[in-house]
Design a protein around this ligand. Sequence first.
Ligand code: SF4
Length: 257
Amino acid sequence: MSGAGEIRVPVLELFSSFQGEGPRVGERQIFLRLAKCDLRCAFCDTPESYPTPDTARVQMAAPHGPDERPANPLSVDAILAACRRLDEPPGRHASLSITGGEPLLHPQAVHAIAVGARALGLRVHVETGGHRPGALQHVLEVVDEVSPDFKLESVTGQKTPWDAHADTYALLEASGKGLAIKCVVGADTPATDVEAVARFCAQHAPSIPLVLQPATPFGEGPARPTLGQLYALHDAAGRAHPDVRVIPQVHTFLGLR
Ligand code: SF4
């Protein structure tokens, strides 16, 4: 391949695992974690994605193959060749999950990778903070599903970009490609905040499920809510949204990456 295949993008890691979050939990996926993030969430479990590492960690074979350390940035051709190697025999993985960092900082590369991954028979799943609707529009036609976050100021410690979220959700609602809107909740998350998010999501993306994800304690981030708190938060969200689910992260529980 030439042209799009020569686009280069900084990669943190590429590996085979099980999806640990949201409605696709348990699905066998190839994970492509792109470097760089323009947010600084208090609960971030991948702060190593902020700078561009000199080399990427690329698993050579699934499930237990050794890692290679190619120099960053990687070409789209190299990324697709690694996906082909990992998905051997073909069909072992349901999809390629493009995550980060914030993958939509690299829309040209994500577009080219998505086209190539689909040609390999992989569904393309994108995870994003939901604050880059312009970049989302650029890739939406060639990806299969998108899972944006709703980042509550009381949880992330950062101002919530309501307007960007509204534009992102409108694009996903219109395209039918919104898998779920994920909202991390902690022990101190006010029920009024969660109800406001649920109302906002129901207004801009009524057909997309809202997933409340209990925080996994990490660094300075929020504590995990108790079961009683989760029931109260679900009740609050359920007053404003027709499809609210509670799904914890399972990869930490399973000891997966
Ligand atoms: S968007 Fe993701 S990678 Fe970026 S700071 Fe938040 S949790 Fe970390």
